[in-house]
Design a protein around this ligand. Structure first.
Ligand SMILES: *Cc1c(COP(=O)(O)O)cnc(C)c1O
Length: 374
């Protein structure tokens, strides 16, 4: 029985050529020509003037939090429906996350709930938007609120490299934006991340902090606490090869989403994850929800697929329901069951590996459809 996985790295041939070059020149350590080239290529792709390649998306978020000036007891608004990696860096700096509920339209930060959060906490230090599963948040509303309150915006675009909103790349709306190149993301370096910023000097500061904050002196002098967050030249070589294929990866991800949508269109109980009408999605992961009142549960669908060697994943469990974050506030548009919890309860992520064949897709679809037949 062939195993079908959620999303695995898809390698081409150029990655190894870049790595080969690094070995030939013995440029193995951090920094080096592959890092420079990768930074230039990603910046050019998203339309940023510069970027800093780092060891992970989480490291990039951590440096964004530092650049935004978040310190002990500073409040940061962040969506509840996200991966813990969005929130942990706030806590590294002893900041206080305030979780914002999702909107049904995009599953991302609900601008109405965000407005309520500003009423309750008028002086947050930063707002973090996340583009979940590759779908853009509604940036017009979020950017307007941040501007109105003069609060810096961080964009966690870890999952949404290549996704646009009103013709502009996600990650480029905020004061700071980050992308992840972890193994299952739209392109990978095996592990890595990149930070971009509106101001080039912020990118320079991120580079400085990522190299142990070494002052420009001949001797080793430090005036700030630094980190070892740089990307290695080997890892960047993988990225240089991968970025050449990003459009092809996105096209295939979009095709996977369309295939599921079409295949389930006659089953009333299934709804695919909503896409932002004002954007073009990279469809990083295709997800579905099962309507309230259906006799089928997400667990049943996941178990049925698992029994056939097919990997799925639950929707991210909201942060306001996590034991580690239980003391922090959660703001929703209106009382009652939160939207994020409802999506978590009724949803699941379907296999979205771009190497899946037509036959693989047919197998998945058939097993899912079978659950909804009496
Ligand atoms: C993957 C991911 C991250 C973290 O990126 P890493 O490169 O794995 O550190 C952060 N936020 C979200 C939403 C992610 O999906």
């Amino acid at each position: 029985m062939k195993k079908i996985l959620l999303a695995t790295p898809t390698m081409h041939t150029e990655e190894q050529q870049y790595i080969q070059k690094a070995f030939e020149t013995n440029w193995i350590a951090p920094l080096g020509p592959n890092v420079d080239e990768f930074e230039e290529k990603v910046a050019a792709y998203v339309g940023a003037s510069s970027s800093a390649a780092l060891s992970s998306g989480t490291a990039a978020l951590h440096l964004s939090i530092i650049l935004a000036g978040v310190k002990e007891n500073d409040i940061v608004f962040v969506p509840s429906l996200t991966f813990a990696a969005s929130v942990n860096p706030i806590r590294y700096e002893k900041g206080v996350p305030v979780f914002i509920d999702s909107e049904r339209d995009t599953w991302n930060m609900d601008a109405s709930a965000l407005r309520k959060a500003f009423e309750k906490y008028p002086h947050p230090k930063a707002v973090m938007a996340v583009h979940l599963y590759g779908t853009s948040a509604n940036m017009d509303e979020i950017c307007a609120l941040c501007k109105e309150h003069n609060v810096p915006l961080i964009e966690d675009a870890a999952e949404s490299l290549g996704t646009t909103y009103k013709g502009k790349m996600t990650g480029t709306f905020g004061d700071y934006g980050i992308y992840s190149f972890n193994g299952n993301k739209i392109i990978t370096t095996s592990g890595g991340g990149i930070l971009i910023a509106q101001q080039d000097e912020d990118v320079d500061k991120a580079r400085f902090l990522s190299r142990q904050a070494r002052d420009p002196a001949r001797h080793y002098q430090h005036s700030a606490i630094g980190y070892n967050y740089r990307m290695s030249n080997i890892v960047a070589g993988i990225g240089c090869g991968q970025i050449l294929h990003i459009e092809e990866h996105i096209r295939k991800k979009q095709e996977i989403y369309r295939t599921y949508k079409e295949a389930f269109s006659d089953i009333e109980e299934i709804e695919m994850n909503p896409l932002n009408r004002d954007g073009i999605d990279n469809n990083w992961l295709s997800c579905m929800t099962i309507s309230q009142g259906s006799s089928v549960t997400p667990t049943q669908v996941m178990d049925a697929l698992d029994a056939e060697g097919i990997e799925t994943r639950p929707i991210w469990k909201p942060m306001h329901l996590q034991p580690v974050f239980k003391e922090y506030d959660f703001i929703q548009r209106e009382d009652g069951m939160s939207v994020s919890e409802d999506i978590f309860n009724r949803g699941l992520c379907l296999p979205s590996d771009i190497k899946n064949t037509k036959e693989d897709m047919e197998r998945i679809v058939e097993i899912v459809r079978k659950q909804f037949r009496q």
